[in-house]
Design a protein around this ligand. Sequence first.
Ligand code: GLN
Length: 306
Amino acid sequence: SPIPDYLKAVLDNARSIERGAPASYIETLAQADTSKLAVALAMVDGNLYSVGDDRVEFSMQSISKAFVYAMAIEDRGLPRVLEKIGVEPSGDAFNHLSLERGTNRPVNPMINAGAITAHSLVEGRTAEERTERILRGLSQLAGRPLHVDEAVYEAELRTADRNMAIGYMLKAAGVISCDPRDVVRGYIRQCAITVNVRDLAVMAATLSNGGVHPVTGVAMIPQASVRQVLSVMTTCGMYDAAGDWVSNVGIPAKSGVAGGIIGALPGQVGIATFSPKLDERGNSVRGVAMCEQLSRDMGLHMMDVS
Ligand code: GLN
């Protein structure tokens, strides 16, 4: 059939690219099978297409940041979230230790400082409650129960010095008020939730579909939050590669260090790719290549008039 055949051709093109290396900061990611490759498209009408290693699970990592930001907005309201987290692209690496000059907020919710803050804003009295709420919310978006990869979680926790430092910086600046260690642990658990590209494409398509789940038709995220999330994905979702990405691919997107990328084109489609080898900015090399080809071939750039 034409769409899967086309997607297989996209995979094959990407397979020939050898650049990049898997994330090396923890063993569990460093040992990833770099031959794994998958792509999925979820249409806003509920159709889902996927090829390659489309059932292989990997940790969401930073992709979770987009959805947890939406949950923080739902739980606290946008004005309160904006008081705590800015929306300016930073041009810095995702784990940069910094706050916005003047306002003392994390610059945006897609870098770790902002994501850890967003995590802290999710409803829940304890770290466990917050993390449970996030796991439940993400599972609902995926349409199946998701789980935390405990090996990834443990490994990240053992090397969490930088994120802990960010947590303490946030506490010292009065951005978070709870125990920074608890918040960072919860954030790391959120990052260790595993998915496959089919899950991610459906989750992305929910953003593309104004927050309405494309398969169940249930309203999951209010339209105003979706707009906010897609806006920061556009300007900050690919970290310091955001400008390149917007001009080449032109789709609101978010990447994770395990090799996943989501793209959400409003009114059209949710895209997910997976390949573990990353470029120097922490974005999947083959994933970026596949998204570039999809955007080119299908005319997905949001600035193009179709
Ligand atoms: N767990 C990773 C971290 O906090 C996630 C970062 C990412 O995916 N870019 O460092």
